[in-house]
Design a protein around this ligand. Structure first.
Ligand code: MG
Ligand code: MG
Length: 261
């Protein structure tokens, strides 16, 4: 069941997503060789709570029956696709780390992810990040009122596969509102004209998870961390958007992140 949002609800969604954007920018300021992802998690949790919100990911139930998620952000380094658990391993020059963040503010959820470079990355990796981010924006541009969810996935898939990249199938974007994960699912692949119709009031998180090589993945024994099977790097960018007033509004933002970097 898709919950279309009122203007008042979209206002609250905007506030939650702006807080997530500011949290990611705050985390981004600390990303450099030598910092651990656990330290980044501390920065995020403190920032979210200081702003009167709750980190949604903390203690999130494990869909595979394992332990709940122990941290406030997912930190996915290099060949980790998503759901990386913050740990004590220092980041190294040339790494990439995707930081996925969710916050609940006044009963509504924000959700956004940015893949950061640690120091200098190779040309090849830089291109993976650029294309994945571009795919996110092409997906967003395809989410016009009256189109269908498949138009979004088709746009993301077409661009990424034209670069020889893999589109992860097992994880998808989603509706978002009072719950972090609502209907509909928003795959990063699909066919134009397929899937649920995009109506005014729809709020969704679009989040391409794109691999440099094969899209095949596996879960490690912690029951959270998802890695590429071929060990090649993977990128992940996510915005939460609202379709309303005949427009597409991006509720989250990368502006502060990119100003600081
Ligand atoms: Mg997310
Ligand atoms: Mg999401």
């Amino acid at each position: 069941m898709i919950f279309l949002k009122t203007e008042d609800e979209i206002e609250l969604m905007r506030a939650a997503n702006q807080l997530v954007a500011k949290t990611l920018a705050e985390v981004g300021k600390h990303i450099k060789p030598g910092v651990t992802t656990k330290e980044l998690d501390r920065v995020a949790e403190e920032f979210i709570r200081d702003n009167g919100a709750v980190p949604t990911f903390k203690d999130f139930p494990n869909p595979c029956g394992g332990t709940p998620f122990p941290a406030s952000i997912c930190t996915s380094v290099n060949d980790v696709v998503v759901h990386g658990v913050p740990n004590d391993t220092p980041l190294a020059n040339g790494d990439i780390v995707s930081v996925d963040c969710g916050a609940l503010l006044n009963d509504f959820n924000g959700d956004s992810c940015y893949t950061f470079r640690v120091g200098e990355v190779t040309e090849e990796v830089a291109q993976l990040l650029d294309v994945t981010k571009k795919a996110l924006y092409e997906g967003i541009a395809s989410a016009q009122q009256g189109k269908r969810i498949g138009d979004i996935g088709s746009a993301v898939q077409t661009l990424c596969e034209s670069h020889g990249y893999g589109v992860v199938r097992e994880f998808v974007g989603h509706g978002i509102g009072r719950k972090m994960h609502e209907d509909p699912q928003v795959p990063n692949y699909g066919r134009k004209g397929n899937g649920p119709m995009i109506k005014s009031g729809l709020c969704i998180a679009i989040e391409p998870m794109i691999t440099m090589g094969s899209p095949k993945i596996y879960m490690t024994e912690d029951n959270w961390t998802i890695k590429t099977r071929d060990g090649k790097p993977s990128a992940h960018f996510e915005h939460t958007i609202a379709v309303h007033k005949g427009k597409i509004e991006i509720l989250s933002s990368f502006e502060d992140i990119e100003k600081a970097n």
